[in-house]
Design a protein around this ligand. Structure first.
Ligand code: SF4
Ligand code: SF4
Length: 632
């Protein structure tokens, strides 16, 4: 195909103009991000960050996970962007006599590459038509108001593929030229639609995923050191305690707002939203976007503009939103930041004030005296931890330590550890781990409680801990070391220790003991999604002879029991509570026994079906007595 000089000039002008207009449109978005406060280091662990971004972007793992059909169609379209990048460069260089594909692949390689492109163009066409059908026709699946830009982008992608395929059919010269210009014109218009719509994620997603924290909801401790705060104030800086105003948002939080692809995955997995409550994770991310891109002044409050007080109080910190987001958005940084502002600066809207007060007075949310725990330890014959002698510290946590309903679970665990001959013991005194205080934004209380516990744990030289409560497990194992780097014990869940003992052969279970009772298992958020422990509890359930039926939403997609964020202790005034939603999921399996791996989940979901048991209980019931050992 020959191009005249005026065609070459026109093309050059159009390309330069499109780049210039794109740069002008990009500027306010970049400014909105750069106006953010400094964040934690986000370029450490470079190799791991690059590997995660490559896995999630190139292989589209999160896009496909949870929505396999729509995800596969999206992956086909995304693959098109990669495959057609070279073809697009070749398309724009050809009028100037430079043949990029020939230069790269040689005369013999070009036909092969073009056949791959033809195949991919067909896949992209099917994918984009399928996605458009899902979005615009299947109203039940995609109930949102339809954005016209999505429809135009879909149409342009489809036309790009059609014009490419038409070009391969060797049309007459005039038609070929018209087709060439149509293809070029679409590519020239495309970036302007991308930047003005949710399709901006095409540029932002890889960057946002690269900058995401390694773990789910990785909270950074607030610096509450009085001297440091006084110094800041002396230098004229207002110390910041969380996200009080838009000016407190970090650059990553702002980037999150601008990257959202509006896919609704977060909202569809949010337990509060499933219960019909006001909280809508996608909604507050988009309100965040509107707040920073609109004409709101930086001193405008986050609560009220980005998220309402009511919605904020409904979050259970389950992490489902963040775990499914395909573009690396960290919802919990915003949610916890806003809660920190409530608890530490504003003093309004707190949904767990009674919880804080009780914990402050008694060191546990049940308001019980430490004597009750001491009495329980003595009654059950639990040894105290002896530095240098005892192997495992059994961390009781508040529910096992103070709630009489949990006595059977603790008794079972003690029976198991004694039967296995494991060296274990408890601390004479524990304070609440501070997990729920931290989730409620009460960082001061969290750091005080953590400080008390760290002192005891370090004095006892604890190096191995076993905890039945995933909230304590996560907080002590993952978060205490961020307060004290010297504290790095191995902290495992009781299901992991029991499975290890069983695998070693020191515990034998009679699978016939439970007679194949129909059972379902609820994955606690902080054990499954946060810590990745999915197999150990299930292995034990099967080893104990129970017939496991999974709930439709299980594993990483499990729905919270509603106990998070102190929900297990507070009476939230909601029409439909989160635990009621999960109880329905439990009942739908037809199981008569619900097994949990978290004392708080057990409290929340008790009575969902005929019986609710902790993992330790069913293992203890299936224990086979060894020679002479008293396991009864
Ligand atoms: S953490 Fe859980 S409850 Fe909170 S917004 Fe996300 S999905 Fe909803
Ligand atoms: S926050 Fe993430 S999961 Fe939620 S709608 Fe936006 S892109 Fe989708």
């Amino acid at each position: 195909m020959e191009f005249s000089t005026w065609e070459q000039a026109l093309l050059a002008i159009l390309v330069i103009a499109t780049i210039a207009i794109f740069a002008v449109s990009l500027r306010p978005r970049l400014q909105a991000i750069l106006a953010g406060k400094p964040d934690r280091p986000r370029t450490d662990r470079l190799g791991r960050r690059l590997a995660t971004a490559a896995k999630e972007v190139l292989l589209q793992t999160r896009v496909i996970g949870g929505r396999p059909v729509a995800g596969a169609m999206h992956a086909a379209v995304f693959g098109g962007f990669l495959f057609f990048a070279l073809e697009t460069a070749d398309h724009f260089l050809k009028p100037y006599g430079f043949h990029l594909l020939e230069a790269l692949f040689g005369d013999s390689g070009v036909p092969v590459f073009k056949w791959i492109l033809v195949l991919w163009a067909i896949l992209v066409s099917i994918g984009i038509l399928g996605l458009a059908y899902r979005r615009f026709v299947m109203v039940k699946i995609s109930p949102d108001p339809k954005s016209y830009s999505s429809g135009v982008v879909a149409l342009l992608i489809f036309l790009l593929m059609v014009t490419y395929l038409y070009a391969q059919s060797s049309p007459a010269a005039a038609l070929a030229k018209a087709n060439w210009w149509t293809h070029a014109a679409i590519i020239i218009v495309f970036p302007h639609l991308i930047i003005r719509s949710k399709h901006f994620h095409i540029l932002m997603a890889p960057v946002n995923i690269f900058f995401r924290t390694e773990r789910l909801a990785e909270l950074k401790p607030l610096n509450l050191d009085v001297e440091a705060l006084e110094e800041e104030m002396a230098e004229g800086e207002e110390p910041s305690f969380g996200l009080e105003t838009l000016a407190d948002l970090s650059w990553k939080e702002r980037m999150d707002f601008l990257t959202c692809v509006e896919c609704r995955r977060c909202t569809e997995n949010c337990p509060a939203n499933l219960a019909g409550q006001e909280l809508d994770p996608r909604g507050f991310i988009l309100d965040g976007r509107a707040s920073i891109m609109g004409d709101l002044a930086p001193d405008q409050p986050v609560i009220g503009n980005v998220i309402s007080e009511t919605a904020l109080g409904q979050c259970t910190s389950c992490g489902a939103c963040e775990a499914v987001c395909p573009v690396g958005i960290e919802h919990l940084q915003v949610l916890t930041g806003a809660k920190r502002a409530q608890a530490l600066s504003l003093g309004t809207g707190l949904v767990a004030s009674d919880f804080f007060e009780t914990v402050e007075r008694r060191g546990n949310p049940f308001g019980e005296s430490a004597d009750l725990r001491k009495k329980l330890v003595e009654e059950l014959g639990i040894p105290y931890y002896e530095p240098g002698k005892t192997e495992y510290l059994l961390w009781l946590g508040c529910v096992w330590g103070y709630n009489n309903d949990a006595r059977s679970s603790l008794e079972a665990m003690v029976k198991i550890l004694k039967a296995a001959g494991t060296s274990f013991g408890v601390l004479e005194k524990e304070s609440c781990s501070g997990h729920h205080s931290r989730r409620q934004g009460e960082e001061m209380q969290f750091q005080t409680l953590a400080g008390e516990n760290l002192e005891r744990l370090k004095a006892a030289k604890v190096s191995k801990m076993v905890a039945p409560c995933p909230h304590c497990l996560h907080t002590i194992g993952r978060e205490y070391p961020t307060l004290d780097e010297a504290f790095r014990p191995e902290v495992i869940h009781h299901s992991e220790l029991i499975r290890e003992l069983q695998a070693k052969g020191v515990l034998r279970l009679a699978s016939s003991r439970h007679g194949g009772v129909a059972t379902t298992y609820h994955d606690p958020c902080y054990l499954g999604r946060y810590e990745g422990v999915f197999d150990a509890p299930r292995d034990l359930i099967r080893a104990a002879g129970l017939r496991l039926t999974e709930m439709e939403r299980h594993g990483r997609r499990a729905v919270c029991c509603g106990g998070g964020n102190a929900g297990f202790m507070s009476q939230k005034e909601e029409k439909v509570r989160v635990d009621q939603v999960r109880k329905k999921h439990v009942a739908a399996t037809g199981a008569t026994l619900l097994v949990t791996g978290c004392p708080e989940c057990k409290m929340m979901l008790d009575a969902a079906v005929k019986e609710t048991k902790d993992l330790a209980e069913l293992v203890a019931e299936a224990l086979v007595e060894e020679r002479g050992a008293d396991a009864s």
